[in-house]
Ligand binder design. Structure first.
Ligand code: SAM
Length: 294
């Protein structure tokens, strides 16, 4: 613990001082309870020696916690220029050695690895209370990183609870879908804990949850991501239909493909396990690349 916390004013005061009235268009729901931000910062495990990438630090409640938990450096991208002075105060409180670097930019437009510039062997962890309007887009970007294992060691992210449940969903229910398969075929996601809407200022309409995701070896190292994405998109694009109908979007001979993967053409997408999807996509890929193509 570095304990510089005490040198900084309470977040409510920071918000008043710099006029940081929350803007809905920027997905601003701030966390002002430093016990809670500390709990989030501890989810990835010890941060000593890690570079942490944070999207949307806002007034800096989570940023303070990441520094307090010992991150060797924090690199943060915040779109709202109004927050920069508050963040500069945190950078000053945590020392001159540049432990906190802030970029005033849109996280969707930056090349993270160029901003972070990890040292050889340095672990990078992503920890963020994401703006809800860009959260899923960023998650998909990070889950579809190439090469794999990716440039980061883990993701610890706040989502609306309903999105969190989709990420970790098992087959057989309505929440299981494209996001579940993308998140589970080469990573291990779990819900670390749920966060009531009353924990935010202002409170959003729905509850949230912290999801922790660690990259893992792919279920099939020879499968390319694009084949899996196309297969999953076709299958869930018409999730109430049987595979033999929904996969017409993918191939002119869906039944042959489905049987080649050892599946039943009358199954619906939500009954397939992640391993089933990986097999199906691999059959699709092999056929698409084979002499006949499809
Ligand atoms: N991390 C702070 C906290 O926990 O109190 C703020 C979280 S708030 C849910 C989301 C933050 O992301 C806001 O500060 C908002 O200005 C910022 N933001 C919104 N869209 C962004 C974008 N495209 N790129 C970077 N930051 C963004």
């Amino acid at each position: 613990m570095t304990g510089r916390h005490d040198a900084l004013p309470p977040l409510r005061e920071v918000i008043n001082r710099y006029g940081l009235r929350a803007q809905k268009s920027l997905g601003q729901n701030f966390l002002l309870d430093l016990n809670l931000t500390g709990r989030i910062a501890r989810v990835p495990g010890p941060l000593a020696g890690c570079a942490v990438y944070e999207v949307g630090p806002g007034p800096g409640g989570l940023t303070r916690a990441l520094l307090e938990e010992g991150a060797s450096r924090v690199i943060a991208v915040e779109r709202d220029a109004r927050c920069l002075d508050a963040l500069a105060d945190i950078a000053r409180a945590y020392g001159d050695e540049g432990r906190l670097r802030i970029y005033n930019d849109d996280a969707l437009n930056v090349t993270e690895t160029a901003l972070i510039a990890p040292e050889p062997g340095e672990e990078v962890r992503i920890v963020a209370n994401l703006p809800y309007n860009v959260g899923t887009a960023l998650l998909i970007r990070w889950l579809t990183a190439d090469p794999w294992p990716p440039w980061y060691k883990s993701l610890t992210l706040m989502f609306q609870r309903e999105v969190a449940e989709r990420i970790v969903a098992k087959p057989g229910g309505k929440t299981y879908g494209r996001l579940s398969v993308l998140a589970q075929w080469r990573a291990k996601p779990r819900i670390a804990f749920t966060v009531p809407s009353s924990a935010f200022t202002p409170p959003p309409k729905v509850a949230s949850a912290i999801v922790h995701i660690e990259p893992a070896p792919p279920l099939d190292a020879g499968l390319d991501l694009r084949s899996l994405e196309k297969t999953v998109e076709a299958a869930f694009g018409q999730r109430r239909k049987m595979l033999r109908a929904s996969l017409k979007a993918l191939t002119s001979a869906p039944e042959t493909l489905i049987r080649a993967a050892g599946l039943d053409p009358t199954q619906r997408a939500e009954t397939l396990s992640v391993a089933d999807f990986v097999r199906l996509a691999r059959c699709y890929q092999d056929r698409a690349q084979g002499p006949a193509g499809d």
